[in-house]
Design a protein around this ligand. Structure first.
Ligand code: IMP
Ligand code: MG
Length: 173
């Protein structure tokens, strides 16, 4: 595998993150939001995004996956680390790196809704609409991309490339 091309530069990602943070701040105003980071892929986007939100924020982390170390979905949701916050009555925004099949997010959304939050929205940096198996509404979406495997800005291939400041595509050697 090798990095094929840059899809979004660090500057483009920063501009989009600022735009999403502004939208969220305008929507929630002075209402407190619990920002939920889906580990591990969303951490880079999450850290940038929360610093662009002017509404009062709390943060928490969850590890939910439907992928192993391969690029093909296993189709199974696995909660390895749950939230530490009681979300009942709180405004929740789940922050995702990328929505692919939508299997992870739709199962996660269902699980968290059963805990009676005041509201629950989704913010994703990237979405691959052509890959969708489970429909999910993405309330705040960074970029829609074609069916290509991407890495960087938190996204991995077999746990590598997460530290890249840009998003690139990966190609077979
Ligand atoms: P879904 O359940 O198929 O929507 O899978 C979502 C998860 O799969 C994301 O949170 C990523 O961790 C991973 N994923 C999906 N597509 C890619 C990709 O192109 N690069 C890296 N990770 C991906
Ligand atoms: Mg991943």
């Amino acid at each position: 595998m090798h990095i094929d091309k840059t899809l979004f530069t660090a500057e483009e990602l920063a501009a989009k993150t600022a735009e999403l943070g502004k939208l969220i701040s305008e929507d929630y105003k002075d209402e407190e939001i619990l920002m939920v980071c889906t580990l591990r892929g969303a951490i880079v986007f999450f850290a940038d995004l929360i610093r662009q939100i002017s509404s009062p924020c709390q943060i928490d982390f969850i590890t939910a996956s439907s992928y192993g170390d391969a690029t093909i979905s296993s189709g199974k949701l696995n909660i390895k680390k749950d939230l530490e916050t009681n979300i009942e009555g709180k405004h929740i925004i789940i922050v995702e790196d990328i929505v692919d099949s939508g299997i992870t997010l739709s199962a996660l959304k269902k699980m968290l809704l059963a805990r009676n939050p005041k509201s629950l929205k989704i913010c994703a940096m990237l979405s691959k609409p052509s890959r969708r198996v489970c429909p999910v509404d993405i309330d705040y979406c960074g970029f829609e991309i074609p069916d290509e495997f991407v890495i960087g800005y938190g996204l991995d291939y077999a746990q590598n490339y997460r530290q890249l400041p840009y998003i690139g595509t990966l190609a077979e050697d």
